[in-house]
Design a protein around this ligand. Sequence first.
Ligand code: CMX
Length: 441
Amino acid sequence: MEKLKSLFKSKADQLSTEIKEIIKEHGTKKIGEVQLAQIYQGMRGITGMIYETSLLDAQEGIRFRGFTIPELQQKLPKAKGGSEPLPEGLFWLMMTGQLPTESEVEELRVDWSARAKNIPAHVFKAIDALPVESHPMTQFVVGIMAMQTDSIFVKKYAEGVNKKEYWGLNYEDSMNLIARIPQVAAYVYRRKYKNGISVQPDTSLDWAGNFAHLLGFDSDTFKELMRLYLTIHADHEGGNISAHTTHLVGSALSDPYLSYAAGMNGLAGPLHGLANQEVIKWIFEMRKSIGNENPTSEQIAAYVQKTLTDGKVVPGYGHGVLRITDPRFTAQQEFAKKHMPDDPIVNIVWRIYETVPPILKSLGKIKNPWPNVDAHSGALLIHYGMKEYEYYTVNFAVSRALGVLASLCWSRALGFPIERPKSVTTDNVKAWLKGEDSIWE
Ligand code: CMX
């Protein structure tokens, strides 16, 4: 058994024993109360699941196994000559709770490189069956779904397997899927925007570096950007739509291909991951509408007011949990300061950052007026020539695979059951309010 797999299993067995003890001793303790409004408002603030790989603090931002993004940038192994963390290292950390050594990361890189081979031809044929104009996320998810024919979990489950074996089958599927995702994602990009001319993988490169190469962007700084991008977008605790959906679907013992594809359909919504395309679209439309390539703060403020008056959201701003500038925004801003401080679109993003929060704050109803991860990512990609903003959510999906699939491995290894919360109707609520229905008593 490879080192990561056996280390993961031993950590999971240990945690599983601890969880049994926790439930036995403290299982009846109350962890909070739920107010009626919360079940009408997207269950915001209700703690309802265990998700081991990362934790979000409203005032501080994301921590992956206790490490902030700047700490990851400092502590995770880098590519030769690079200064950004390798996503392989983050995956190792999420799977084990331990920072990996350089040789452990190299072992994982080699493993993924080997697993990436022999993607079935029908995966690409399934994508090719779609009109080339189809949204890149649609093409990507169809490719993932087509690849489900390779699920080891499905084969073994059909043959009849002891539930104690689920974790290992799930692990194998997850590892194969992560290894192959960059090729499927890049195929969609090259098909839609580069006349279908694909690039062959470079097995000497790391996962993110090879993804950049497969997309057709071979500069060292674009590869560094991808290492940072694929690290910081990987996970954002468990309640966000892509993570929660993957977790929920996986709890039915749907295999990792089905579970991840389901989660990515959620990522493709404009209030979640699609916001990164919406930000750039919004900036382009603003420039056109104003007739100025380099809008002033006053012009941006007026366009924000128009967006709000038109009943639209300002993309890239606000968050369901965070109440500060997203540290993922800050990490990208720091990258831009280092590599492209004079880039015109990046400068617009920064001017929007100065202008938008006071306006959103003044409305009084928006809980978080600060930028999220999606407010900055597109501008960095444009700088390197990736102007096709409809594609951006696929980049996000490539990264998100690391977090949601690491978590899926944990859920199966810990033997988590099928997820099935209770729902009620408003008629139940009305009757309860009149004392005629005892739904919550
Ligand atoms: N622009 C305009 N209005 C906004 C807003 C924004 N950026 N953010 C929140 N609001 C509005 C909400 O639509 C809601 O309005 P109504 O009461 O009229 O329905 C009100 O403010 C309160 O919302 P909230 O409690 O502050 O925010 P939610 O937790 O309901 O929603 C989010 C969070 C992210 C969906 C929301 O802020 C939003 O739509 N932002 C823009 C889209 C975006 O950037 N999404 C990406 C998030 C990060 C990610 O997942 O990738």
